[in-house]
Structure formats: structure tokens, C-alpha cells
Design a protein around this ligand. Structure first.
Ligand code: 5GP
Length: 122
């Protein structure tokens, strides 16, 4: 499937510096920042700088350098936030069934408290 990227989405605006963010980490190909509505003591979003709609789009179309950088950035944020010991959860929502609010790939890193079971019922 070919995805259509909307360059007016909020994370595209963050990447262009049009709206502020609380940056945790910036690398060559990735940006990590705190979620504006945190759902756990640690709630960081990691995004690629490239225009990818979701993880499927990224996995198919990103360069090896982008994929390596993004994956390492996720690990680095886990280390920076100290969630490796007690555990954490990574989530990437996609599309309508995934209830994706912002159509630019982002990985949620959640931690800092017990997070409960993986999915809500219903
Ligand atoms: P999704 O449902 O797309 O996986 O999650 C989007 C996330 O982006 C939500 O957790 C929401 O709180 C966060 N978010 C939406 N707008 C902004 C913003 O302007 N700044 C930041 N830092 N996070 C945002």
C-alpha cells in the first residue's frame, strides 16, 4: 500500500520548528520528545525526521541509516529515562483500527509505573 503523507500534521510542524516541543533526544534522523498529555510518569514519543505515516510505511520505505538511527534512538531514550530495570512499553498506533491521532510515525515509550494489561477490553 502507498501511504499519503499529510505534511500539515502536528509532528511535521514540530519537525519544522513551527510549534515547540520538550525534546529528550535529537539524532541525525530521529527526534524524541515528551508527550503533551502523558499517560505515565515516563511518556516519550520517538519519531523519524522523514515523512513516514506509520511503522509499516517506515519499515518498507525508510533507508537502512534511518531505521538504524530510529531503533538506536528508542534504546537511548529507554536508557536516559531509566526504564530498563523496571520495564516499559512501546506502542505504535496506526490507522483507524489502531486509533492513530497523528499521521506521522511515532513510538510511544511508557514507563515509571505498572502499566496494566496490554489492551483495554472492548
Ligand atoms: P497516537 O494516538 O497518534 O498514537 O498518539 C498521538 C500522541 O501525540 C498522543 O499521545 C498525544 O498526547 C500526543 N500529541 C498530540 N499533539 C501533541 C503536541 O502538540 N505535542 C506533543 N508533545 N504531543 C502531542
Amino acid at each position: 500500500m502507498a501511504y499519503t503523507y499529510d505534511d500539515q500534521n502536528i509532528f511535521a510542524k514540530i519537525l519544522r520548528g513551527e510549534i515547540p516541543n520538550d525534546t529528550v533526544l535529537e539524532t541525525d534522523h530521529s527526534l524524541a520528545f515528551n508527550d503533551i498529555r502523558p499517560q505515565a510518569p515516563v511518556h516519550v514519543l520517538v519519531i523519524p525526521k522523514g515523512a513516514y505515516v506509520n511503522y509499516d510505511d517506515f519499515a518498507r520505505n525508510a533507508s537502512d541509516a534511518e531505521i538504524l538511527d530510529f531503533t538506536r534512538a528508542i534504546g537511548e531514550v529507554c536508557k536516559m529515562k531509566g526504564v530498563e530495570t523496571d520495564g516499559f512499553r512501546t506502542i505504535s498506533n496506526a490507522g483507524q483500527h489502531g486509533v492513530q491521532e497523528v499521521p506521522h510515525l511515532h513510538i510511544h515509550i511508557l514507563g515509571g509505573r505498572p502499566l496494566g494489561r496490554m489492551l483495554q477490553q472492548g
